[in-house]
Design a protein around this ligand. Structure first.
Ligand code: FEO
Length: 397
């Protein structure tokens, strides 16, 4: 059965406790996720978004316990990705003529996914739909995070159905932010922003300012994943505005992979050097072959600088570092400094290649990095400590 949000709005989504990977294996979801769908009952009945395809039958069957499907007057699809539109085929089998409101790009993505000629109604920013005492106002939000994305605002209840924006991959029975575990909630919210929204930060700022310019009262933000921002919903908007401004904390993250522990020992020595020069800075170390990639990305997001290390192998560097760099390149982090390090037996190309690729990924690299041959002895480890000191001093300038 659904969960009551307000007298007029009921949550009819699906909590996916077991989900451990999302987008294939692109995004780790160790706390699961939810696909939030909302049923609005005013003079007209409206369904906002559905759930991911594997839950389509369960969704429709539970929706039938909530309402006679024929009573649904309109379906709003804020975004065509299948975690939100995935139950449409099952649903439209029952109510094939029900109009589906979405953006023009939404029609393209829904047709591209399902190859059905449903009764689409395209909407643009500012278009409204009267549903009784309340009305729905549509706001296009292209590239947040797909070209088809839009948000829907409900007057009277003053709810923004924001779709992916302000969401978190976080399964919890506690549907509201004042009940959910706040530490977990913020950990998932920042991970979500860092891994999904970072490349669109300029658009995030622009869109938020545009929506704030409408001066609409806001009682709640209902995203399509995770908890609903009911207690002080503006807090997540303010947080997004901060995250969108090349966010960084006083943190340096050292990421490395290692074959026989030489590069690991270099990483640890560099950390010692940083700490010596700047005891106030938070220093974190991660082995990219052992740590969750999306958690590392989140730590990079929070960092003012990173150090990336790998031994040389086959004239290149290790694949866990390579995979991580590929992700980071796409996320387009800005205003972060970086340097490379690594051990080698012969050849020793990894540090030079890492330095080039860090620059390519948009990092400010002002140092050629440090590389050591074979297994570091005390003197070589001391040179890593000195390198850490130099790096930390450069950041303090
Ligand atoms: Fe939650 Fe872009 O789908």
């Amino acid at each position: 059965m659904g969960k009551k949000i307000t007298d007029k709005v009921t949550w009819v989504g699906k909590i996916d406790w077991e989900l451990k990977c999302f987008h294939g294996n692109e995004y780790s979801t160790r706390r699961g996720s939810s696909y939030n769908s909302y049923l609005i009952r005013d003079d007209k009945t409206v369904l906002i978004d559905t759930v991911w395809q594997p839950y389509d039958k369960e969704f429709v069957s539970r929706l039938k316990q909530e309402i006679d499907l024929k009573e649904i007057d309109y379906i709003i699809i804020n975004h065509g990705e299948i975690d939100h539109s995935g139950a449409l085929v099952e649903l439209m089998r029952e109510i094939p003529d029900t109009p589906i409101y979405c953006t023009a790009n939404g029609v393209k993505s829904l047709k591209g996914h399902y190859h059905q000629d449903w009764n689409f109604v395209t909407v643009k920013t500012g278009d409204t739909l009267e549903i009784g005492k309340s009305k729905l106002i549509f706001v296009e939000a292209p590239m947040l995070h797909w070209p088809d994305t839009m948000m829907t605002y409900m007057t009277e209840e003053n709810i923004l159905f924001s779709n992916d924006a302000f969401g978190q991959h976080y399964a919890t029975e506690s549907l509201f932010n004042d009940i959910a575990d706040k530490a977990e909630l913020y950990e998932e919210a920042i991970k979500y922003y860092a891994n999904i929204l970072t490349p669109f930060s300029k658009l995030v700022t622009k869109k938020i300012n545009e929506v704030l310019g409408f001066n609409l009262p806001l009682n709640m933000i209902c995203p399509s994943h995770g908890v609903i921002w009911k207690d002080n919903p503006v807090q997540i908007i303010e947080q997004y505005l901060k995250w969108a401004e090349d966010y960084q904390e006083n943190q340096i993250t050292i990421i490395y992979d290692t074959m026989w522990n030489s590069t690991r020992r270099m990483a640890e020595a560099i950390a010692l050097g940083i700490e010596e020069v700047d005891p106030e800075v938070t220093v974190k170390l991660y082995n990219s072959s052992k740590e969750d990639k999306n958690d590392i990305v989140t730590q990079i997001f929070k960092s003012k600088a990173i150090l990336l290390g790998s031994p040389t192998i086959n004239n290149g560097y290790l694949y866990s570092v390579s995979g991580l760099l590929e992700m980071v390149k796409g996320l387009k982090f800005r205003n972060k400094k970086a340097a490379a390090f690594g051990s080698y037996g012969w050849g020793g190309e990894a540090v030079r290649l890492l330095t080039e690729d860090l620059k390519d990924a948009g990092f400010n690299v002002e140092d050629e990095g440090i590389r050591l041959q074979w297994v570091p002895d005390e003197a070589q480890l001391q040179s890593c400590i000195e390198f850490g000191k130099k790096f930390a001093s450069m950041l303090k300038e």
